[in-house]
Design a protein around this ligand. Sequence first.
Ligand code: ZN
Length: 289
Amino acid sequence: MKASPEAQLRLLELADHDAELGRIEHRRRGLPELAEIEDLQTRDAGLRDSIATLGAQEGDLRREQAKAEADVEQVRGRIDRDRQLLDTGQVHSPRELENLQSEVESLLRRQSDLEEIVLDVMERRDTAQASLRAATAARAEIAAGLDAATERRDTDLADLDQQAGLAGAKRKDVTAQIPADLLELYDKLRAQHGVGAAALKQKRCEGCHLTLNTVDLNAIRTAAPDEVLRCEECRRILARTPESGLRPSQRPRSRGRRRASRRPRRLGRRRSLRRKADPAGVPRSGSRR
Ligand SMILES: [Zn+2]
């Protein structure tokens, strides 16, 4: 494929914008608020279930209490009637009087037992109500936390959207200056490798960070400037730059402190074995994978 050297260099700008868009997307997916919101929602769902269970328990206890109180009232009523019979002297037979007094005593014991039941139910109901209030308060706290986290998330997302919009606009400007066939190749390689084009700097492919061997460098030296080159190792489009290191005269002494120039020469070797970790984390392809 042929493309002007300028268009080839534009690919590097494009790769920068794509890397920026990738970073923005990475930040979008990794926003701490997303995990926080998920955690709060899980806790809220748990509390919602607890509240439903506690509400049902409280309802059962309320009915149980009403039933026990009605039982107490019924016994009290009978005691009152019996006492009235005794007090008003309507019963004359000693045997009946004895029976009546015995019944009152028995009813009083029954009343005491039933009142114990009422107290016990009321206690259990109090506990259920306290748990309900605590769960409801915790849910309100979670709701406030959710509101705050959602607001922070939305602010962050709006900020990232704005950044992505800017990077996207810049990308669009750059793509307008790249021929369609070259752009198509770049996009295809980007889909495969994450990064579509890399610079040749100091005899090294900036995509896979491997130093090219002499044979490949000689081939690049003799290639026409408009020939679109590919890295033999990572297959990315390899764009020549003024710092490619193709001619010794292109490396002035002022750049002597660069790391690349300190590296021993590796003439005669197929590839530098000192490969460095790819900072973009891009999966590598090729024979050495
Ligand atoms: Zn490469």
